[in-house]
Design a protein around this ligand. Sequence first.
Ligand code: DON
Length: 566
Amino acid sequence: MKLLLRFLVGAALAATVAAEAAPTDTPPGYALASAHPLATQAGAEILDAGGNAFDAAVAVSAALSVVEPQASALGGGGFFLLHRQSDGVQVMVDGREVAPLAATEGMFLDKKGVPDPKKSRVGPLAAAIPGGPAAWIHIASKYGTRPLAQLLAPAVRYAREGFPADRRYVRDLTMVTDRLSPAAAAVFMPGGKVPAEGTLIRQPELAVVLEQIGTQRRAGFYEGAAAEKLVAAVRAAGGIWSIEDLSRYRIIERKPLTFFFRDHRLVSAPPPSAGGVILAQTLGMLEARNWPPAEPVEAKHVLVEAWRRAYRDRRELGDPEYVFAPLYRLLSPEYLRPLARDIDPARATPSVPATASREGQHTTHFSILDAQGNRAAVTVTLNEYFGSGFMPAGSGVLLNNEMDDFTAAPGALNAYGLEGAKANAIVPGKRPLSSMAPTFVEGPRGLLILGTPGGSRIPSMVLLGTLAFVQGGDAAQVVGLRRYHHQHVPDRIEHEPGALSEGERAALAARGHALREVADGYGNMQAVWWDRIGDHVEAASDPRGVGSGLARRLRPELPTPDQVGK
Ligand code: DON
């Protein structure tokens, strides 16, 4: 059959954006969903004041840096996928962290040449140079309509006045108390212990940094006294950051990865994320097989086998400024068709032997659609819960442990059990390979904006959400569905309770799959749906988290046929 996957490859060139034909229609209102109600509120505050989706994206991201400190963009980074409705421009602002200039390929190996995960995951060496603040500054000035200080104001307020610890904060903090540096512990564990739910967490030093960024922009973080203070504190604790690292940091505007699945057009993250590539490859294989087959368990088996093959190819990817990204090959029908054909409907194809992967994960995603039709899908991260746990003394800024997303040594597994390869080796100034996949899906039923945290499981979750939408689901169904996953190594299907029936588990095991039920639900998906047929907008926040979705209609409902002419 004819493989319908078509694609446009995101050339990794600065300031390259894709101008699509400008659609003229607009949604009947705005909708947004984020992992925290106070962040959703911050975005709504900006939209209600006349700001656009890009203004709101900065406000929500900054607010999350305060109220969801586990996943801050301020000391971390991530990908801001944007669509401007007036001219159809689509761009991914890549605010991914970069390796410090003093980083070396073997910096996380012990004397015997064995990777030491403590070094790459805890403390100042684990921290790459943050890109979040640079992304905010860039988006506000190029795409926004409001002064940066106004966009950061809700975050400043939350930092100064405090936010109540919620159940996720308490749960996540409990897992990392032993990795917090003294400054971080003083902020996040008032009185030296994990706070009870409802305890106010105040971050006065963070409020100052946010204000500095709002008024001084780059000089508030990357240059001058602000940079000197950060670098001195990082180095005093044994880190390797330099003033030059901060002054050199730049976001990169990338052309998003665009591909098609049946009558749907998907726009997602290009390298240095593998997220969009895994989505495109998997959907390409499904399309080549005319998925789904009639039997539901076979549909799941084929999907798992497609994931297995797509995740295997992840090791060919890295920062496209440093290694050639073979996207034309990986996404071409000539490559994907035989891969798809190779899937045996009756048997699992064995991967390399299994190794345990960790479940600890943390990141945040939010989705925004404004009433003009502008969109933002944003996934940002510190990598693991509370990142490296390291807060440079006196700074209020919790730093990421994104260095662990690099390959410590060929074949070594990172925190998510992902196999490392040369393409993702540590090089000064290089961006670590990511799995984050902020995504737009457009089809006959309208537009879906989605994404989620979850490390290596991000692409499989976004894929399940996309398929649910393609098959008729609404925003709540997209974020709520039970999830299952396969990432080539470890060679097993990991699934949430309830994702697979007993009969399906037995049928998959009979095909040769190992199965493992994960104790808790995983992911924290945030989705917005612009239903073009029903002329309404809706937002949904993952029931596994504490976030909130908000949709506000600003245009009167269209008259129903029986009202017309009365
Ligand atoms: O960029 C990545 O792929 C990882 N640093 C993302 C980590 C993550 O999603 C943790 N989430 N819960």
